[in-house]
Design a protein around this ligand. Structure first.
Ligand code: AMP
Length: 397
């Protein structure tokens, strides 16, 4: 049997997929079907025999997966030839129940359904992806890989909010953390780059993409993370506010009569870089900043200052830090963010080397000076490979 895993990430109106060799990490094909349920959908597929990029009408997730299977037939590789070992599904919220990936069966589907109140936007879409894929690939094992699982090692003092204790006991209100697949992947890669066993390495991992999160990793395990009950808390993100005084929400209700949905939408979709500048794409922000745009400059400073505060906090949490790791779209590509968020931390043993930091590269590398006692690393994340690896580990224990 091959090591190929079909990795599926189903969103509310999209379905992303990748056919990955779970051992080597090679992605032999990948694709995306977007705007499911809208009058005009969009499909992209990249395979060994070519690339498709077109508009089509996709009513439901099942149609999206069928369109993907058709694209495999046209642009390769043929799914009859590759002998897929399993399907790996990204599931956003595993609550306190799942600290590891799990083989999908009806009981698992019921348990993930029970967690919907904790992730009302994400888990229903993930479940839809699982149901559809089980129907279309009934003979393959399916594995659920949870975004929260890596953070299940958080100690109670890190995951407990200082609120009435029945909120946790009865309603499950606590810090769960997200981006766990990415934090797990880059933590492993960082240990390898440093030439140590993961169990010997302490890291601060900064996943800076559209969503952003920081994690304190001690000996390969997450001991604190910036996202909380939901992926809203913590760093400034593309469209999410990150940390804010919770009383702002009650203020908006009392003084302005805002509804819960309006506040929820504003904080998740109209805040962060978008709220401050109108743009959530970091490349556009950088372009405006370079052109002297004051809003863009302020947003950049707010963004980097928040990162610096978390670096300081997690340094204190860990006591000894071997490396600070930047990953995801902004973390991997913006030398300015890396420099600004670590600027002035020489006394903590953190020194970014300007030449190494700005040298173009797309591979895992160190950008700190030789004298820096804390390494500063840039490591491209690869969530698909991590999901494929974890999926293989479940079906071949
Ligand atoms: P991700 O969620 O990891 O795909 O990251 C998306 C974010 O990375 C967006 O804000 C992009 O603007 C940003 N990004 C991607 N490429 C670059 C780049 N070359 N320089 C700065 N930001 C980038």
């Amino acid at each position: 049997m091959s090591d190929y895993v079909l990795v599926i990430n189903a969103g509310s109106s999209s379905l992303k997929y990748s056919l990955v060799d779970g051992v080597s990490g090679e992605a032999v094909a990948s694709g995306l079907v977007e705007r499911i349920g809208e009058s005009q959908g969009h499909q992209v597929h990249r395979g060994p025999d070519g690339e498709s990029n077109g508009e089509l009408s996709i009513a439901m997730h099942e149609d999206a997966l069928r369109a993907a299977i058709d694209a495999f037939g046209t642009y390769g590789p043929s799914l009859d030839d590759v002998d897929i070992a399993a399907v790996g599904h990204r599931v956003v919220h595993g609550g306190s129940r799942f600290a590891a990936p799990v083989l999908v069966d009806d009981a698992l589907v019921a348990e993930v359904t029970d967690l919907v109140p904790l992730a009302p936007l994400h888990n229903p879409a993930n479940l839809e992806g699982i149901e559809v894929a089980r129907r279309l690939f009934p003979d393959l094992p399916h594995v659920a890989v949870f975004d929260t699982a890596f953070h299940q090692t958080l100690p109670p003092h890190a995951y407990t909010y200082a609120v009435p204790s029945e909120w946790l006991e009865e309603y499950g209100i606590r810090r769960y953390g997200f981006h766990g697949t990415s934090h797990a992947f880059v933590s492993g890669q960082a240990a390898r780059l440093l030439g140590h066993d993961p169990a010997d390495v302490n890291l601060i991992v900064l996943h800076l993409g559209n969503g952003c999160s920081a994690t304190a990793v001690r000996g390969g395990e997450s001991v604190d993370t910036s996202m909380g009950l939901t992926p809203l808390e913590g760093l400034v993100m593309g469209t999410r506010s990150g940390d804010l005084d919770p009383a702002i929400q009650t203020h908006l209700v009392r003084e302005l009569g805002w509804s819960v949905d309006k506040i929820d939408h504003a904080l998740n979709h109209d805040s962060g870089l978008k709220g401050l500048t109108g743009d959530n794409d970091f490349r556009e922000l950088s372009r405006r900043q370079a052109a002297g745009d004051e809003r863009a400059q302020l947003a950049f400073e707010v963004y980097c200052y928040r990162i610096k505060k978390y670096v300081g906090a997690y340094y204190a949490v860990l006591g000894r830090v071997d490396a600070i790791v930047f990953t995801a779209g902004v973390g991997e590509h913006s030398a300015e963010v890396r420099a600004a968020s670590l600027q002035g931390l020489d006394r903590l043993g953190i020194q970014v080397d300007p030449d190494r930091n700005t040298a173009p590269s797309s591979t895992a590398r160190s950008v700190s000076t030789d004298d820096s006692s804390v390494a500063v690393l840039v490591i491209p994340t690869n969530e698909e490979w991590q999901i494929a690896r974890e999926t293989l580990a479940v079906i071949r224990p």
